[in-house]
Design a binder for this molecule. Structure first.
Ligand code: ZN
Length: 82
């Protein structure tokens, strides 16, 4: 079982070939230029990368909200002590 076999084109499901581009190594569809499917060196497709970015952003947003919530709560506690 090779790692290469698990890399399938996100667009057509075909085989992918390791290529080196401006941003380093990535996977390109064997049918390029007919098919523009790519994956990064970790096998993530463009959609996967965007989903990953969104998840990171959501986590950050949640963290910011939690921090804000705790800050407000502490403010209220201080306020109630007065
Ligand atoms: Zn393809």
């Amino acid at each position: 079982m090779g790692a290469y076999e698990s890399v399938k084109c996100p667009d057509c499901g075909g085989e992918m070939i390791s290529r080196t581009g401006k941003f380093g190594v990535f996977w390109g569809c064997r049918d390029f230029p007919r098919c523009k499917g790519t994956r990064d060196s970790e096998g993530r497709s463009k959609a996967d990368r965007e989903k990953y970015k969104e998840e990171q952003q959501r986590e950050r947003d949640t963290y910011d909200r939690d921090v804000e919530w705790h800050r407000n709560k502490e403010d209220n506690i201080h306020w109630n002590k007065k």
